[in-house]
Design a protein around this ligand. Sequence first.
Ligand code: SF4
Ligand code: SF4
Length: 130
Amino acid sequence: MANKMKLPSMIRDIASSIFKKPFTREYPAVRVEVPEGFRGRHILDPEKCISCGLCERDCPSKAIELVEVSGKRMPMFYLDRCIFCYQCAESCPRDAIRLSTVFELSTTDKEGLLVKPEEFIPQQPVTTKE
Ligand code: SF4
Ligand code: SF4
């Protein structure tokens, strides 16, 4: 009986919503715009890094390890532990860690959740002896 009484208002709601735009988006076909200041996957500037280790020291999740790449110790990020607080960027005295808007991080490969410093170092062209 209670359901019958609600029927007219239900029909009214359906009629008023039928021509409205949907609130949902057809992601991933329709790209999502992330807001300014969004904390996505880290970007490291190896040129600016001075190997001070403050990012590693201050990370509350122990998600940073300094690793040696090209003769210099730089942070490697473990995104599976990261809480995207960006304390690392705050602590860095050289602004070597920046935010990105990359948020599509799901993977079945744990290795894919590592942000390694070498990915930010431009590859030198390979020279071969004639
Ligand atoms: S964003 Fe936060 S949790 Fe993630 S690596 Fe930086 S300091 Fe650690
Ligand atoms: S805090 Fe900045 S300069 Fe220091 S090791 Fe981390 S990224 Fe490099």
